[in-house]
Design a protein around this ligand. Structure first.
Ligand code: NDP
Ligand code: GDR
Length: 328
């Protein structure tokens, strides 16, 4: 065995999943390279605790400026890093926002995947590739959904992810790349972006319990989602790239909760009656909604030994407890 650490490139390292994955890979001895966007304010809050001075000879985390819309930069980065594994997590990942910015979402979430795959092919690096596919690709197709379920996306985001799914498969079949699609159902954590519904609810429940706010405004409470815990899902991503053969996997808990159920769990945890504090705002509705996503993760269990441990009621408590402990 060589002593040289394996090199991983994570796009989207500053996001929820990227931060947990960076922690996991560093704990496994990888040298981790992350793609970050230049911003006028710092956008590395989720990974600041992992920062290592690059002058330190022991440093194993390196950050590089780049953007999914900048093809030549992706080529120079792949050339420089020569990764063994690429985890492609970067995306405009907000479904509601994708209706406002459909072209941008297609350019980053969809075509951005092609730019990265093409950079890998042009440089000729022999690596394994993880594509962050999504249950949003199933859209209007009724649950339960597994790897064989037909796609019927209901948003520009979902459509862009279907494109990303097929382009990753095409590089697997056409260019012999070890490329896998992880079709992940919703997964959440205290690091979830504040405008996604679980974090928004958990944060509101804690703030209302502390007397800092009275109400939270939400859209559709009837949507059914299969909510898991993000740190467990990044372990699944890693296992997919360690498997003998490249194929596609669903990761999910297999449980069904409505948004209303999640609200109820969060508010009950702080001894509040949610009906007194939740108001409706139609601006949070989507032109086309995804009514029900419930995953069947049997294949990931059989081949990877992966199984979700944290169920949505426990997840709600974890997220509210974090908000209660957080400074305002
Ligand atoms: P986040 O929204 O938390 O993170 C998205 C990441 O992508 C951020 O690091 C962001 O950078 C980066 N990014 C966005 N646009 C660009 C761009 N043009 N160039 C370079 N980087 C960019 O997403 P999650 O961590 O929740 O999700 C990770 C991936 O998994 C995404 O592709 C998402 O669509 C997909 N997914 C997520 C699921 C979930 O439930 N969380 C379920 C299924 C799929 P910055 O910090 O600068 O904004
Ligand atoms: P989703 O997550 O669209 O499933 O995409 P989100 O948390 O945004 O919405 C879940 C459901 O809650 C309903 N909802 C609201 N949503 C938001 N954001 N804000 C509200 O106020 C609100 N009120 C009700 C929504 O209509 C929806 O039905 C997430 C993202 O992480 C994607 O990148 C990922 O691919 C999918 O999960 C799987």
């Amino acid at each position: 065995m060589s002593d040289t650490p394996r090199r991983a490139l994570i796009t989207g390292i500053t996001g929820q999943d990227g931060s947990y994955l960076a922690e996991l890979l560093l704990s496994k001895g990888y040298q981790v390279h992350g793609l970050i966007r230049r911003s006028s304010t710092f956008n590395t809050g989720r990974i600041d605790h992992l920062y290592q001075d690059p002058h330190d000879p022991e440093a194993r985390l390196f950050l590089h400026y780049g953007d999914l819309t900048d093809a030549s930069r992706l080529v120079t980065l792949i050339e420089k890093i020569h990764p063994d594994e690429v985890y492609h997590l970067a995306a405009q990942s907000h479904v509601r926002v994708s209706f406002d910015e459909p072209e941008f979402t297609g350019n980053t979430t969809g075509v951005g995947t092609t730019r990265l795959l093409e950079a890998i092919r042009m440089v000729g690096v022999d690596c394994r590739f993880y594509q962050a596919s999504s249950s949003e690709m199933f859209g209007a197709t009724p649950p339960p959904q597994n790897e064989d379920t037909p796609f019927y996306p209901r948003s520009p985001y979902g459509a862009a992810k279907v494109y990303g799914y097929w382009i990753a498969r095409n590089y697997r079949e056409g260019h012999n790349l070890f490329a896998v699609n992880g079709i992940l159902f919703n997964h959440e954590s205290p690091r979830r972006g504040e405008t996604f519904v679980t974090r928004k609810i958990a944060r509101a429940a804690a703030r209302i319990a502390r007397g800092e706010e009275k109400f939270v405004y939400l859209g559709n409470l009837d949507a059914i989602r299969d909510w898991g815990y993000a740190p467990e899902y990044v372990e699944g991503m890693w296992r997919m790239l360690q498997a003998d053969e490249p194929t596609d996997y669903v990761l999910a808990t297999g449980t069904a909760y409505t948004v209303r159920d999640f609200v109820q769990h969060c508010f009950a945890h702080v001894n509040l009656k949610w009906e007194d504090h939740v108001k409706f705002d139609e601006s949070y509705l989507r032109p086309t909604e995804v009514d029900a996503l419930i995953g069947d993760p049997a294949k990931a269990h059989d081949i990877l030994g992966w199984k979700a441990q944290t169920m949505p009621d426990q997840l709600a408590r974890i997220m509210v407890d974090h908000e209660l402990g957080a400074m305002t």
